[in-house]
Design a binder for this molecule. Structure first.
Ligand code: GDD
Ligand code: MG
Length: 383
């Protein structure tokens, strides 16, 4: 089995994190629900781990550029999951369909179907069910779909009556079409390549509508949570959904390192923990801290005494000093929040950002390597 992951461009919507790390390598949660040796879990590791679990042996990463960090990270992944990873590098962005034509030689070297994934989606990745269902109906392609409240940001699918076949596929509709959207996870037969040319081409606008018209496109409902985590607000809400789903999984599906923070473990330090949270074993938490719900504390993070955290992600090697309060925000790698400091309103600190003592950051984005010494009252970009 093979897969192609659409990794694409520079992840501009996840700036300032993506100034220092390519989007697929931004950590998402500390662990994954399938066996894993390492505890650092970039987004793309979640996808690759799930693909490897169903027997995928070869993965194409469709990229516009190939930074060395990606190359090195993928060498590690190849070993960990016993998969072969090939970079397919575009000289101009080929959209969401063109990259399939560029990788034609790999995707079409046998008649087996292959998986295609958007790189910014997180869910439980039920690839085995998708494969079984796809083989069962026998048509050219199957998409996973999930209901959302605001379908206008997505590709909307309308099914034929009493059928899983797609009648219409409408990308980013302005008017109401339906609320079932394309989750960005597909399985396609190699014959799909007959519909795709080697040029910038959108699979959502130029391929799926035609497949639907020909009765060759089916959908499968995705069970459980789903999130596109390519923007800060969605990254945080996706983290919340992920933690909630971890708390519901049967213990035998959890690896030893996927354990949600155990409140009783910290009672001697008067730490109060509520709701699902992930606290890395190599992180430290000070006396009297209040943590939760929906907090991810990464590797080597230092949380001071009396700190209050909720709905936030602290990326590896960051420091939250005594009595600071971080809510609804992301703290970048090696960054610090000063004593009595406060982050709120979807503030995002890039790598190596330092927020002074007693400083407020209310929303906005702080670019890497900045020191903030005055309050930021409104969501702005701090350069
Ligand atoms: N290689 C490559 N080249 N990848 C690309 C390119 C390109 O030129 N353009 C986009 N991508 C990758 C992105 O990195 C992402 O992983 C995926 O293709 C989808 O692009 P997005 O820019 O994230 O699209 P979207 O979120 O607005 O919409 C897509 O995803 C939704 C689900 O999150 C569509 O597939 C929608 O139909 C879908 O509902
Ligand atoms: Mg997206």
């Amino acid at each position: 089995l093979k897969a192609l992951i659409l990794v694409g461009g520079f992840g501009t919507r996840l700036r300032p994190l993506t100034f220092s790390t390519p989007k697929p390598l931004v950590d998402f949660a500390n662990s994954i629900y399938i066996n894993a040796n390492s505890l650092s879990r970039p987004m793309i590791f979640h996808q690759i781990a799930a693909l490897a679990k169903v027997g995928v042996k070869e993965i194409v990463l469709a990229v516009n550029y190939q930074p060395d960090v990606m190359l090195n990270a993928m060498k590690e992944v190849e070993k960990e999951y016993n998969v072969k990873i090939t970079f397919s590098i575009e000289t101009e962005p080929l959209g969401t369909a063109g990259p399939l034509a560029l990788a034609r030689d790999i995707l079409c070297n046998d008649s087996e179907p292959f998986f295609v994934l958007n790189s910014d989606v997180i869910c439980l990745f039920p690839f085995q069910e998708l494969l079984n269902f796809h083989k069962h109906h026998g048509k050219e392609g199957t998409l996973m779909v999930t209901p959302v409240l605001d379908p206008t940001k997505y590709g909307v699918v309308v099914k034929k009556q009493n059928s899983t076949a797609v009648e219409r596929f409408v990308e980013k509709p302005k008017d109401w079409v339906g609320d079932e959207i394309n989750a960005g996870i597909y399985i396609l037969n190699p014959t799909v390549l007959d519909r795709i040319e080697l040029r910038p081409m959108s699979i959502e606008k130029e391929v799926f509508p035609h497949m639907a018209r020909d009765g060759e496109l089916h959908v499968m409902n995705l069970k459980g949570f789903w999130a596109d985590v390519g923007q800060p607000a969605d990254f945080l809400s996706g983290t919340t959904l992920y933690l909630k789903s971890l708390s519901k999984l049967p213990p035998n599906e959890l690896g030893p390192k996927d354990k949600l923070a155990d409140p009783s473990f910290y009672t001697s330090q008067n730490v109060v923990i509520t709701g699902p949270n992930l606290i890395h074993p190599q992180a430290t938490v000070g006396k009297g801290a209040k943590i939760g719900p929906n907090v991810v504390i990464g590797e080597n993070v230092k949380v001071g005494d009396g700190v209050r955290l909720s709905n936030c992600v602290l990326l590896p090697n960051s420091t939250i000093k005594d009595n600071a309060h971080v809510k609804d925000s992301i703290v970048g790698w090696h960054s610090t929040v000063g004593r009595w400091g406060r982050l709120q309103g979807i503030a995002v600190l890039g790598e190596d950002v330092h927020i002074g003592d007693e400083i407020l950051v209310n929303g906005g984005k702080v670019l890497p390597h900045k020191s903030v010494k005055v309050d930021i009252m409104e969501p702005t970009i701090v350069m």
